[in-house]
Design a protein. Structure first.
Length: 176
């Protein structure tokens, strides 16, 4: 199960007339510079926007209808900054909501397995659930001689990339 959501990394809220911003990225990602007029039901807003990224200056002017927003994607590398200024006009407040956001993604991985004890004694088994060869979950189970135990669980990952999943018995031990 995957869950994507837009997360604000810089939120200036409602800005009247003139605003400026500076953001330094902590990792390579596509960021979205967002000007919002979603709060307005009548007035169209005009925005004049200048920003500098990677040594290049960019300028845009646009209008935002009531109830809408304007989003501009920018790929920003780790440690690099984006800075800029903007002016907003229109309506009674000459204002817009401003933020810089990025998409985050989490996924829940559900798993199940069975442990069978075909030996001549009761036993314990340590089991790890691995993602790309690294354990992300583990537990210890007691399984009586000649019995089987079914297990299910889940773990959360902080990305939505494809992975290799595996349940591994990491240790077995006889009990009396």
């Amino acid at each position: 199960m995957k869950n994507q959501q837009l997360v604000k990394v810089l939120d200036q809220g409602r800005v009247s007339n003139t605003g400026n911003f500076h953001y330094t990225s902590s990792h390579d990602d596509t960021y979205f510079i967002i000007f919002s007029n979603e709060f307005s039901i009548i007035s169209t807003k005009s925005v004049s926007f200048t920003y500098v990224y990677n040594g290049q200056q960019n300028h845009q002017s646009f209008t935002i209808p009531p109830g809408a927003f304007k989003s501009m994607p920018v790929l920003i590398h780790s440690g690099q900054s984006i800075t800029g200024t903007f002016t907003a006009s229109g309506g009674s407040g000459n204002d817009v909501d401003f933020n810089i956001s990025t998409m985050t993604c989490t996924q829940t991985v559900n798993f199940s397995f069975s442990l069978s004890n075909t030996g001549q004694a009761n036993g314990n088994a340590d089991v790890a659930f691995e993602v790309d060869g690294k354990p992300v979950w583990s537990n210890n189970y007691s399984v009586d001689m000649g019995k089987q135990t079914s297990v299910s669980g889940s773990t959360s990952l902080s990305d939505c990339n494809p992975h290799d999943y595996k349940a591994v018995v990491t240790n077995q031990q006889r009990t009396r």
